[in-house]
Design a protein around this ligand. Sequence first.
Ligand code: PAP
Length: 346
Amino acid sequence: MSTPLATNAFTHPSATAKFSEEDKEKANMTIIFKKYKDMLATLPKENGWFTDVYMYQGFWYTSMSILSVETIMALQDTFKALPSDIYLATMPKSGTTWLKALMFALVNRNQYKKNDLLDHPLLVSNPHVCIPFIEIEIFKNTPTYGDVYSPRLFSTHIPYTSLPQSILDSGCRLVYLCRNPKDILVSTFHFANTIRDKSHRPLTFEEAFESFSKGIMPYVGPYWDHVKGYHKVSLEHPETVLFLTYEDLKIDTVNIVKRLAKFLGYPFTEKEEAEGVVQGIIELCTFENLSEVGKHGKFREDIPNDAFFRKGKVGDWTNHLTNEMSHSIDEITKEKFNGMNLSFPY
Ligand code: PAP
């Protein structure tokens, strides 16, 4: 598989022109919101964390925002996947930023040999620039982006059953990263309050917990159904869907990264292992290193880069949840994940 251009990063239109392209983006979104307005009116509606959420194909989404029910509908109507594509799917706050960095570094490692590491895109770009979301950057700005790259590296927060049919039909590879529900809740709570429209008051943790327990999240929920959808397909089609957890990645980074490289079709050679290439990639993508890049800058107009890097730890939920809250989430998780070989000891 060739990579005609060195990277998905610097030449990505939404990377280089994210601010100058804002007007175009707004215009595209206005067209989409108008087109699906009538459909939206037919969907069940609930109070969300800050704004209303709508039930579409079994999941709650916001409307007229960066990840919205309208953009998902539009993507389902138009997105064309390629068999060579690679997708990273996650619930928001599962460790997407970290795994984007690792996947980008793995796939493009021959372009950025160890001694040239100073040139690496991940030393100057947020990983979200290196691997764009199909329902956010790609769709809004450049639907045909990536046609010159192979493989195209994309990410998505869309649940498995709502992915555009062309992705399901393409036979492409898909990696799913799951994280324990309590840390997802805590991480989402902080992120959502950080980037909230300042016309909304900050949510209390109790409010976030109540909403999360009902399956409502700021972007997509329920958490449990999202995880279940991808877990099921990973068991049915392990050759095309790899299911990983944030916790395993934290504890057993070397082995998971090697497994990931093999799954993606870029296994490490013995020579690479002996030369420390695996360690080099892991080091490049540590919380400490990634969080230094553009530390005081912005990813988008409304999202500072540092919003993606808070603590990067397993088990911070113990600082937020009461015993009662923790027990309640354990009960929901036990019931929802019944029969699945998936538990979170942390
Ligand atoms: P996104 O869905 O908005 O892209 P995502 O990257 O999935 O967010 O999640 C952010 C979480 O990953 C943060 O967790 P925390 O709030 O519990 O701290 C963030 O700190 C963590 N994170 C980001 N980069 C890394 C990294 N390199 N290693 C470990 N954790 C990381």
